[in-house]
Design a protein around this ligand. Sequence first.
Ligand code: 13P
Length: 250
Amino acid sequence: MPKTIIAGNWKMNKTLSESVQLASDVVKSAGKASPGVELVVCPVFTHIEAVKEVIKGSPVKLGAQNCYPADSGAYTGEVSGSMLKAIGVDYVILGHSERRQYFHETNEFINKKIHHVLAHGMKPIYCVGELLEEREKGITPAVVTEQIEKGLAGITPDQMKNVVIAYEPVWAIGTGKVATPEQANEVHLLIRNLLVKLAGEAGKEVTIQYGGSMKPDNAGELLAQSEINGGLIGGAALKADDFLAIVSAK
Ligand code: 13P
């Protein structure tokens, strides 16, 4: 059975003190929210160390939202995976649709990042998902298949055990338009079959999260689907109560 993982992608939100407060509110209730669920918080780079201090000794894990796939060098403005590992990061969100859209990240470039993060002993949360026009054209399976096959090229079955996938239909992100549980589960099943094709038994153990307007009132039915093993939460992760209500819905 894949592990259930619910991660808060805080995106470019919260001041330093607000991040510390939010992390501390999450830690306070994390234990009672849902014992079998792993919680992850992903603040902006500059707040990671402070949040790490707050979650120290708690079951809450630390995530980053991106990284550059080289250890060091002339890459102005970037942060490497080795730097994130050195400050205690466990998970790194990669290939988020906002990075694909605004920073023109390709499947091939994201593949380099996934290899880099795994090589440094962290777990990538690899985001895939179709645009609205792609769904309307009926090419969701082709788009997601290409993202999975190119993004995960060269990943061994052993490495696959440390990979997390987030299926985030782009039209559902920040729009309040959530995929129906059946729509989501259908794509999750496609992803599961691709993972098994790529990595055999290891593919059966990969956590596949859903992301896109997941809220306390729709989380229960999404998380009840057979292939939905958690969530990557944006807006609702910015309030500890909402985030924890989603966790309790599992
Ligand atoms: P929302 O939950 O705000 O729709 O964002 C989802 C997301 O992009 C998480 O990575």
